[in-house]
Design a protein around this ligand. Structure first.
Ligand code: PEP
Ligand code: MN
Length: 308
């Protein structure tokens, strides 16, 4: 057991209770602020682009936008240009795609990573992409600025540990999505698996949970935002796209996410949603992207925040 864990009071195999002091992820314990790492105060990431930028900053709402999957150089170039011209700094795009069906497009994999790096560098955009297994974490970290752990992998503890080690080594940020059947406590403990491995800027992402409702793809649990703010000091962003699964519902839920206090959004956009190889039905087109940003800016400004 390393010292950080030993000193945290976490006992191997113990269940979560408000008395368990889960410190490495900045979880508030018994009203006492005794965490070792405050993720609000983490140092700026020095990416390969050699620019200092934080994913989450007080006074700002960070909007990460991009396609579900990298489909071609031309496709990512076109969408990155929209992201850049909208004044944003963060580009999302999947290279390794964990699809529910093995017959669906699985992503361009390594070639996708190369395209992502090239286009991110071209537009000066920070990139986030999903890591789907422990074997490819290091490969992904060489090409992307932010490592994203998807909902299907939130409880893949071998992957979480590896991501913590690799993110620390390469100074990468991590976005940890909530498992669609995970409780908030399970999600926070998953975050501990990562942060206990090193000084990593970790951002939680609520992306919808599974309920009896089938009209929407999942049910966006917006109450997770104030709960996370109450229990921890981790930043939290919202993915409205995977939660609702329909583009016309993304803008209202984006507004709501900012109103409830989320630190940012991760949204799927596409220049030609009807042609998308993955999740086109939930992607905002260019016009909708601009409208989303206009509306979200309005809500953010009421809270004294700016979009970045
Ligand atoms: C994604 O962001 O492309 C994705 C697959 O998300 P999730 O893991 O939330 O389904
Ligand atoms: Mn998607």
């Amino acid at each position: 057991m390393d010292d950080k864990i030993k000193n945290s009071g976490i006992k191997p195999g113990c269940e979560v209770s408000p008395d368990n002091v889960h410190q490495t992820a900045g979880v508030k314990a018994s009203g006492k602020d005794n965490s070792e790492i405050s993720l609000r105060e983490v140092k700026a990431v020095k990416s390969a682009k050699n620019k200092d930028i934080r994913l989450i900053e007080d006074g700002y709402v960070t909007v990460i936008a991009g396609p579900c999957a990298i489909e071609s150089r031309e496709q990512l170039d076109t969408i990155a240009k929209i992201v850049k011209e909208s004044g944003l700094n963060f580009l999302r795009a999947g290279a390794y795609k964990p699809r529910t069906s093995p017959y669906s497009f699985q992503g361009l994999e390594h070639q996708g990573l190369e395209i992502l790096k090239e286009i991110g560098d071209k537009y000066g955009l920070y990139t986030t992409t999903e890591v789907t297994d422990a074997e490819t974490v290091e490969e992904v970290a060489k090409y992307a600025d932010i490592l994203q752990i998807g909902t299907r992998n939130m409880s893949n503890f071998a992957l979480l540990k590896k991501v913590g080690i690799v993110a620390n080594k390469y100074n990468r940020k991590v976005i940890l999505k909530r498992g669609w059947a995970a409780t908030i406590k399970e999600w926070l403990l998953a975050a501990e698996y990562i942060t206990s491995k090193g000084d990593v800027e970790l951002i939680l992402c609520e992306r919808g949970i599974r309920t009896f409702e089938t009209y929407t793809r999942f049910t966006l649990d917006l109450s997770a935002v104030p709960v996370i703010k109450k229990l921890s000091r981790l930043p939290i962003i919202i993915d409205p796209s995977h939660a609702v699964g329909q583009s016309d519902l993304v803008i209202p839920m984006s507004r709501a996410a900012i109103a409830v206090g989320a630190d940012g959004l991760i949204v799927e956009i596409h220049n030609q949603p009807e042609q998308a190889l993955c999740d086109g039905q939930q992607a905002l087109d260019t016009k909708q992207t601009h409208e989303m940003l206009r509306q979200v800016s309005g809500i953010a400004s009421l809270l004294g925040k700016k979009i970045r």
